[in-house]
Unconditional design. Structure first.
Length: 111
């Protein structure tokens, strides 16, 4: 199985191989890109802006949803802790009242 290379390395290797095999064509393509870039960039700019705006909007909505979810989880954890502490307090007071109950057999009748 061939080893996986990062995309950048494979593109760079392709350009190097193209230059080695066809140097005149490779230079011509490079010059063409430099000449056409100013004409193509204004056409691509609105698409790039729209993509960036969409990404930013998605980021903001996701950030808000994550913050909201964190608040809900925090509330649930606080409620669970409060209920657990209340149950422990009820158990402690129930055990204490069981131990402190007065003797109903009449200990004071010995007088």
């Amino acid at each position: 199985m061939p080893e996986m290379q990062p995309v950048r390395d494979s593109i760079l290797n392709q350009v190097k191989n193209a230059y080695r095999n066809h140097p005149v064509q490779t230079v011509a393509v490079g010059i063409g890109v430099v000449i056409l870039a100013p004409a193509v960039l204004p056409l691509v700019k609105p698409l790039a802006k729209a993509a960036i705006k969409s990404g930013f909007t998605l980021y903001e909505k996701t950030k808000g949803a994550i913050a909201e979810t964190g608040e809900v989880i925090g509330d649930i954890v606080a409620e669970a802790k409060a209920e657990a502490l209340a149950e422990e307090a009820n158990k402690a007071t129930g055990a204490a009242s069981f131990m402190i109950t007065p003797n109903t057999m009449g200990d004071t009748q010995d007088n």
